[in-house]
Design a protein around this ligand. Structure first.
Ligand SMILES: Cc1cc2nc3c(=O)[nH]c(=O)nc-3n(C[C@H](O)[C@H](O)[C@H](O)COP(=O)(O)OP(=O)(O)OC[C@H]3O[C@@H](n4cnc5c(N)ncnc54)[C@H](O)[C@@H]3O)c2cc1C
Ligand SMILES: NC(=O)c1ccc[n+]([C@@H]2O[C@H](COP(=O)([O-])OP(=O)(O)OC[C@H]3O[C@@H](n4cnc5c(N)ncnc54)[C@H](O)[C@@H]3O)[C@@H](O)[C@H]2O)c1
Length: 447
């Protein structure tokens, strides 16, 4: 029976282990902390609980317009922190049940290679050695902090401190215009914090189509967020709060600062040299479409394999690598069907190829006003764009900006994967009323 060891108990590690356990294998997962990983305890899940609280508060504040009378709306940070713990615990237990049902053996500890087919797992004073026919590295990522910008956990914070933020400051400087900075700037602003958002020289969401970043910047400015498109040089704690100095020589002050300027794969404790592996200049391991590193029996998946760091991408890579390690059939990883989503107001989502690539691309946009559902929820501000090949009219990509934008792009991802054309989408009439009607209305506009 093939011995497979998975390192990391986040979504990528759990998915890889469960997938690998479907074969003629004995799978062991090594988890440093509780199952769920940093995703469950420090980053994605806590951020989504905060965002959900902001969303519920927003709905409650506007309930009167829908004919529903409620009392005064107030978000209690301490109660949100309790909710984070409760949801993280439930999710962790669900992951444990999945692994148990699949027959995966879980060991607590930190793993390091002691040879290409051997790992040492340390947990305090204890250590054990494991032999492995295949190893899947799913060790996640850690935030990047230059020496002039370090969190102190009190005035200068980063995503993981959102799980312990028991009071909200009156004002806050959010640093970084990527998905993390966007989501936290949006939620803090909606919770009543006065936000100055220093997004960096490339602007808001530089990894998305410019129209999406511009739409988010405009909406945030309309919500009262002050945006500066410049890099930060340093962030320091002061008597009264923080001082953040930008490369144009301006110093901004506030009660707190929030750092979100990128993450790097966490490969530091793996002793990769013992496995004959080394990271490239980009800080990443080279992998093929199945997650295989240069040592064919060692795989890297999820954040450990580099960016873009998305949970759905991590799961896709993990499923493929798990099956491949177990010698089960698997498709190669396809980045073009992974929807990227940022859960701001408006929500931003993108999938596939939206510019460049081979052949001429054409675009068609439909407003959310194509759907009655948008009027019911007062969500008419959004739009969805289909990007298609001008010659054969096959769908290549999609962009959506507005409520539930990420959900709208699920059928677009399927269209990309199956080679569907504008004509194929034009013939579909989604359930009425739903926001996804706008996707198919866009196709009919050019049919
Ligand atoms: C604030 C924030 C919000 C996000 N929100 C979203 C979102 O809404 N949607 C989305 O798709 N993506 C989101 N992401 C990205 C997403 O969280 C990650 O891409 C993905 O979940 C990473 O999962 P993972 O399993 O690779 O890593 P992790 O969840 O980090 O798990 C890796 C685990 O391995 C452990 N580990 C490390 N080294 C060792 C070792 N040597 N031995 C044993 N264990 C080890 C780590 O401690 C950790 O527990 C967000 C990221 C951040 C920072
Ligand atoms: N909803 C989601 O899917 C989601 C949410 C959060 C994070 N993530 C993922 O987690 C990873 C980390 O996210 P992130 O937003 O921290 O990193 P990022 O690398 O995606 O973005 C970093 C941002 O910080 C800016 N920046 C860098 N240096 C700066 C400086 N000195 N001053 C000001 N700005 C500076 C960059 O221009 C960029 O806009 C990403 O891969 C992201 O995709 C995903």
């Amino acid at each position: 029976m093939k011995q497979i060891v998975v390192i990391g108990g986040g979504p990528a590690g759990v998915e890889a282990a469960v997938a690998a356990a479907q074969g003629n294998t004995q799978v062991t997962l090594i988890s440093e902390g509780p199952l769920g990983g940093r995703t469950g305890w420090d980053s994605l899940l806590p951020s989504k609980v905060w965002l959900h609280a902001a969303e519920v508060a927003g709905v409650a504040a506007h309930a009167a317009a829908e004919g529903v009378q409620l009392g005064a709306v107030q978000v209690e940070p301490a109660a949100v922190l309790g909710r984070i713990k409760a949801v993280a615990q439930r999710w962790s237990e669900r992951e444990a049940q999945r692994l148990q049902a699949a027959g995966v053996n879980v060991i607590n500890g930190v793993a390091a290679f002691s040879g290409p087919h051997e790992l040492v797992v340390r947990n305090g004073e204890n250590q054990q050695v494991l032999a492995a026919d295949a190893v899947i590295i799913a060790t996640g990522s850690v935030p990047r902090f230059p020496p002039t910008m370090k969190p102190d956990g009190q005035r200068i914070i980063a995503p993981r401190f959102a799980s312990t933020l028991s009071t909200l400051p009156p004002d806050m400087i959010v640093i970084g215009g990527g998905p993390t900075g966007s989501e936290f700037a949006s939620l803090f602003s909606r919770l009543g914090v006065k936000v100055t958002w220093i997004v960096g020289a490339p602007g808001v969401l530089p990894m998305f189509d410019p129209a999406a970043g511009q739409a988010l910047a405009a909406a945030m400015a309309a919500q009262g967020v002050t945006i500066h498109q410049v890099d930060v040089e340093r962030a320091e704690r002061t008597e009264a709060g923080v001082a953040v100095t930008t490369t144009d020589g301006v110093t901004h002050t506030a009660a707190m600062a929030f750092l979100a300027i990128g993450r790097v794969p966490d490969l530091s404790r793996l002793n990769l040299a013992a496995a004959g592996l080394q990271v490239g200049e980009n800080g990443q391991l080279a992998i093929d479409n199945y997650g295989r590193t240069e040592a064919g029996h060692i795989f890297a998946v999820g954040d450990a394999a580099g960016g873009p760091m998305l949970a759905n991408r991590a799961l896709a890579q993990a499923w493929i690598a798990g099956r491949t390690a177990a010698e089960l059939p698997a498709p190669g990883y396809c980045p073009h069907t992974v929807v990227s989503a940022v859960y701001t107001v408006p929500e931003i989502a993108q999938v596939g190829i939206v510019s460049g690539g081979e052949g001429e691309l054409q675009r068609v946009r439909a407003s959310y006003t194509a759907s009655l559902k948008a009027y019911l929820g007062d969500e008419t501000e959004g739009w969805v764009e289909l990007v298609f090949d001008a010659a054969n009219r096959q769908i290549r990509g999609g962009i959506a900006v507005g409520a539930h934008a990420a959900d709208l792009l699920a059928p677009v991802a399927l269209a990309i994967q199956s080679g569907a054309t504008i004509a194929d989408l034009a013939a579909i009439f989604a359930a009425y009323p739903t926001l996804s009607e706008a996707v198919f209305a866009a196709a009919r506009a050019v049919q």
